[in-house]
Design a protein around this ligand. Structure first.
Ligand SMILES: NCc1[nH]cc(CCC(=O)O)c1CC(=O)O
Length: 306
């Protein structure tokens, strides 16, 4: 592959960091890479709740059109924003080594969730975070906060919230780690499927590029996120549901933690399960995820799925 490769990317600071990161990795392998910045529908309507306007797929659609039209050859995504089923003709060619998958507690005044006074206002628009926060602290008032990372931090600093919850990985990538007051453990606040990992999407017919990207695949992350995404897919696949799924390796064993809350009655009992298996293949990883989804069903998940 001597041809130039173009990466289609959203223009948020986080998306650009991620695209630059992949550019550097490819340049280190001797490839010539440039970026094509694009504003997606998702970026244009950041003030409305995403689940109400069509979900996270809005962020990837325009990038896929650029791949389809040959204006770019690959797109870099936060894996957690990638729908469970990609459209016909596209695939994830690589998943990179996962960064810190935890969620962060960010506050100008309080050092941790435990220090928040009764009835404090916490900002998050993620239903997954809402249901887990309510399970820990039913007294909190949880308010939506939308926008990219810089916008959300600004809204916190302007005094609209006592604290907000954000992904550690995004804050670290943007050099904002000093804003983190405390990190939730992955058992306290189970991350969503794919959190902290980057996925590289290509056209399925681009075999040469698939081969060029293969060395970037981190096999442990690949298998762990296959299991996590299988949970979501098995329960109906919407990325806006209050579902958490996070898998970690303990030697050759992959252990997965899952949690499901109710999308409207967010204070309802959180369904939780923890399973493990020795996993060597994609099929075994997906089977673990499906068993975890089944464990949630046995606890009554159907009543929680709209
Ligand atoms: N939903 C937005 C989004 N997509 C990816 C990240 C951070 C990076 C990651 O988790 O991989 C964030 C910000 C956040 O959830 O706080």
């Amino acid at each position: 592959m001597t041809k130039k490769i173009t990466i289609a990317t959203r223009e948020s600071r986080l998306a650009l960091w991620q695209a630059e990161h992949v550019r550097t990795l490819l340049q280190e392998r001797g490839l010539t890479v440039e970026l094509l910045g694009m504003t997606t529908r998702g970026d244009q309507i950041l003030d409305r709740t995403l689940s109400k306007v069509g979900g996270k797929g809005l962020f990837v659609k325009e990038l896929e059109t650029a791949l389809e039209e040959g204006r770019a050859q690959l797109a870099v995504h936060s894996l957690k924003d990638v729908p469970m089923e990609l459209p016909e003709g596209f695939e994830l060619a690589a998943i990179l080594e996962r960064e810190d998958p935890r969620d962060a507690f960010v506050s100008p005044r309080f050092a941790s969730l435990a220090e928040l006074p009764q009835g404090a206002v916490v900002g998050t628009s993620s239903l997954r975070r809402v249901v887990q926060l309510k399970a820990m602290r039913p007294d909190l008032r949880i308010e939506p906060v939308r926008g990219n990372l810089d916008t959300r931090l600004r809204k916190l600093d302007e005094g609209g919230y006592d604290a907000i919850v954000l992904a550690v990985a995004g804050l670290k990538r943007l050099g904002l780690a000093e804003r983190i007051r405390a990190c939730f453990t992955v058992e306290e606040m189970i991350p969503c499927a794919g959190q902290g990992a980057l996925g590289i999407e290509i056209r399925s017919d681009d075999a040469a590029l698939r081969e060029a990207l293969a060395p970037l695949i981190d096999r442990p992350t690949w298998l762990a996120t296959q299991a996590e995404r299988a949970v979501s897919r098995s329960l109906g696949g919407s990325c806006s549901m209050p579902l958490a799924a996070h898998a970690v390796w303990a030697g050759d064993e992959l252990r997965i933690d899952v949690a499901l809350g109710h999308p409207e009655e967010t204070g309802r009992t959180l369904l939780k399960a923890q399973l493990g298996a020795f996993v060597r293949s994609d099929a075994e990883a997906r089977e673990l995820g499906e068993r975890a989804a089944q464990a949630l069903r046995e606890q009554g998940a159907e009543a929680y799925l709209a």
